[in-house]
Each structure stands twice: as C-alpha cells, then as structure tokens.
Design a protein around this ligand. Structure first.
Ligand code: PLP
Length: 461
C-alpha cells in the first residue's frame, strides 16, 4: 500500500512539467472541430485559476458566475485541492462499488444529512448530475404516492435539468420534449412572485391565487416540486411566506414537497440548504453543483426516512461511490463551516489559519454587504440601462432595459459578450444579467470586477 502511494508521488513529480502553466499548448484550440456547435468556447483560453480570478490568453478574467454556477469556492481552493491530493496519495481506495463501504462513503452521507436541516434524514448520494437527482426525487415521491393521485405540480419558469423526467417537469424545457406520446401528468402553476429581501412578507394577490389554485387540485396531486429561487427564471426568489404556506398546504393534503436546491444549496445563501435559509423544510431536498464546488460530479437526495426503501434499479448508479467527489464534498463542507483545528497546519499564515478555522460562512454577511454596495452603485451609475435588481445572498440578477424602460434581452446578451471580452464572466437569461459569486472573492476583486461591469454597461447608455 505504501509503495503505491510512493509511486504516485514519484510519477506526479515527474509529470509536473506536463501541467506546468508555462507550457500551455494553445494549439489545442485547433481541435474545436471535434465539438458540437454549442460546446465550442469563445477564443478565450483558460490557463490558470485562483479563487474568483482566472488567468487567460486575454488577461485576467473575473468569474462572477462561479463557472456555470457551480464553483462556490472559485478555482483551486487550497483546502479542497489538498484534501483530494492527500486522499489520492494515501493508498485508500480510489474507487469502489456501492456494495462495499468505506470510511468516507459513510461519513459524507452523515455529514450531508446533518447539514441539510432535514429532520430524521436518509441520503442517496450518487455520482451524477443535477438532472438525475431531481429525477430521483420525483421518482421517490411517485413510489410513495396514493394510487388515485396522478398529478405532479410544478411552476412556470421552472428548470430541473435535461433528462426525460426533468424535461416534462420543467416549464422551460417544454420545447425539448421527446419520446412522449401522451401529455404527462404535470400541472404548472404560475411562478411565485419575485420577493425582494427586506420587503414585506405579506403574500401578493398573485401568490394567494396560485396557492388557492393548488388547493383546488390538491386531492389529485402527489407532489409539488419547486426551486426556492428560480435561477433560470431571472433569479425569481420565493417569498418565505409563500414557501411556508406551500408547506402548510402540502402537509394538510398529504402532498410530498420537493425542493430543487441544486442552484441554492451549499453556500450561496450562507447556509447549507435553501430549506435552512427559508426555514421551510421539504420532504425531499435535491442538491448538487456546489456540493463538490466543481471538483467532481456528485448529487445527493436528502429525504425523510420513509423514502429509505427506494427500489434497487433507481437508487444505484455505476459511479455511486466516486470517492474523489465524496472527499471534495467533505472538504467543501469543512471549508464553509470551519475545519477541525487538529487538521490545520501551523505553518500557514495566521489569517488563513483563522479563515480555515472559522469557515467562510463566518464572514458571509460582510461579503454580501459589499456585494450589495457594488450592485447598488452599479444601478446608480447605469440607471438608464438597468431596471430591477433581484436575488439574495451571492445570487443576483440585474434587469437590462431599453430607453423606454422595457426589457431588452438583445442588449443584455451584447453586454454579456462585451463583459467576457473585457474580463468579466457573467451569465444572461432573457433580459437579466446573472451573477453567482464565489464565496472566496475578495472585497477588492468584487470592486474591480463591478467597475468593469459598470464601464461596459455605460457604453450602451
Ligand atoms: C435548478 C436546477 N436543477 C437542476 C439542474 C440540472 O443540473 P445538471 O445540469 O447538473 O444536470 C440545473 C442545472 O442548471 C438547475 O439549474
């Protein structure tokens, strides 16, 4: 066993020059013909990354979208990097089937279960993506439904992924349905009204109407699936009162409540789950993305114990115990809530030791305040081009409007493209610029990046 670890180290040292960033081979971009159209990147070539900043052939790139909404810790987080390196060098198994257990296999399930906030939970963790885990959540609810209940309730503006189940349940995937000859039993309610944190939590008349509509179909419905913040619907944040009332209705009518927490779980809101953030707890909570912070595919379904008996062919995946993903998930949890003192080396800088010890959630409020200032300044500086600001925590959206104050998706797309060329990565959806900021971003980086955003948007004024 020891020999194996030593061989790994010798080879790794030898291979270091292969990955040396000074030897970056830009000619590899010539292979773009092997990619599908939608996967061909821009002419920006990424060389290195550190936290929220990437080094590219075009210079510095601030990542304000956490690399496709995944990397809560930005790039190359030292704690996660080192945890994976140490694990790989240790001689412990690099992979095992779910038929045998290991320390990390059990430990991570327990950790995820505990931090989720779900009462009396069990976990199905699987090496897969978000689509698979929302599918599993719907399937778990279906397995436990009463026989005369056929409706799955979803919402306009929803997006749960890219497999058949997600296609049929997502309003935004209606155009991509295939292999389905009958209308599936999905009932779409209106999207909840967007909630501005800090405003009154009284329900809007639309939200009241939506919940009343749910009551009328409640006896036929077996589950409701909802994203507490619809990222792909321009960061549409549910009013906490809406979620509370939704939960009350679900309990009263014995409907199973599913939260798709794939965009919102593991850090973006300063909590491990949107359930803890909103203080509303579903029966099934689907998490992914930030769970490994981009260090490997892993998603988890956290659910109450009654779902313990899911059928064999639905809960097992070939890569269900991918250990590097599990090691990453444990390291992400530690990084966010603090690393046990005994694991922190004494020869790190005092500041970094302190950050590791207290965890990144410790300074979350402060970071969000700075982000809030940046967003408000942006709004003032670009008043003629920007409409409402939406979102909370590290998840934000600014609406791009035209001279008449109407939504302007075309300009929004152009702004996004120019931002990329000017050194800031954001996403856009409809007329919204989406920001999902890695929690490790420094105050200075935030200011610098938002200065660029402001100057690019002003070009369109
Ligand atoms: C809310 C939500 N659910 C599910 C998914 C599907 O995740 P994946 O792309 O990993 O399959 C996504 C993807 O962006 C998402 O935003």
């Amino acid at each position: 066993m020891k020999n194996k670890a030593t061989n790994t180290q010798i080879i790794a040292e030898h291979l270091a020059k292969r990955f040396d960033i000074r030897n970056t081979d830009f000619s590899k971009a010539d292979s773009r013909e092997y990619l599908c159209d939608n996967l061909i990147p821009s002419d920006i070539f990424v060389i290195a990354g550190n936290g929220a900043v990437l080094e590219t052939n075009h210079g510095k790139l601030f990542d304000l979208s956490s690399m496709s909404l995944n990397c809560i810790l930005g790039q190359n987080d030292p704690w996660v990097n080192a945890s994976i390196q140490a694990y790989i060098a240790s001689g412990r198994p690099s992979f095992h089937s779910t038929r045998v257990g290991s320390e990390i296999y059990y430990e991570v399930a327990e950790l995820i279960a505990k931090v989720s906030g779900i009462q009396n939970p069990v976990v199905n963790h699987r090496q897969c993506n978000g689509s698979d885990v929302t599918e599993l959540a719907i399937l778990a609810a279906y397995q436990h439904k009463d026989k005369d209940r056929e409706l799955l309730v979803s919402f306009r503006g929803s997006y749960y992924g890219q497999n058949l189940t997600s296609f049929i349940a997502s309003d935004l995937q209606t155009q991509n349905r295939f292999l389905l000859t009958e209308e599936p039993s999905i009932y779409f309610l209106d999207a909840p009204d967007n909630f501005l944190p800090g405003s009154s939590e009284n329900l809007s008349s639309n939200d009241i109407k939506t919940l009343d509509e749910l009551r009328t179909i409640a006896s036929k419905s077996f589950a409701v699936i909802i994203e507490p913040i619809q990222m792909s619907n321009m960061v549409n944040v549910c009013n906490p009162s809406f979620l509370k009332e939704l939960k009350t209705i679900c309990e009263k009518f014995d409907i199973q409540l599913i939260f798709d927490d794939i965009q919102t779980g593991f850090g973006w809101l300063g909590t491990f789950s949107s359930a803890s953030f909103f203080d509303v707890y579903p029966n099934l909570l689907a998490v992914s993305k930030a769970l490994t912070a981009g260090y490997g595919p892993l998603s988890s379904l956290v659910m109450d114990k009654r779902y313990k008996d899911l059928p064999m062919s639905t809960v097992l995946k070939t890569n269900g115990a991918d250990l590097r993903s599990l090691v990453a998930a444990r390291a992400v949890i530690e990084r966010l809530r603090g690393v046990p003192k005994e694991y922190i080396p004494s020869d790190l800088s005092t500041d970094f030791r302190h950050e590791l010890e207290v965890g990144l959630f410790f300074s979350f409020k402060n970071k969000v305040e700075i982000l809030e200032q940046c967003v408000q300044t942006l709004k003032q500086q670009c008043a003629s081009r920007l409409g409402n600001m939406r979102g909370c925590g590290l998840i934000r959206c600014v609406e791009v409007i035209d001279n008449h104050g109407h939504p302007d998706p075309e300009t929004c797309k152009k702004i996004q493209e120019q931002l990329l060329q000017s050194g800031v990565l954001v996403r856009s959806v409809k007329h919204g610029l989406l920001f999902k900021i890695p929690i490790v971003i420094t105050d200075q980086e935030l200011h610098e990046a938002f200065d660029i955003v402001g100057s690019v948007i002003r070009r369109f004024s």
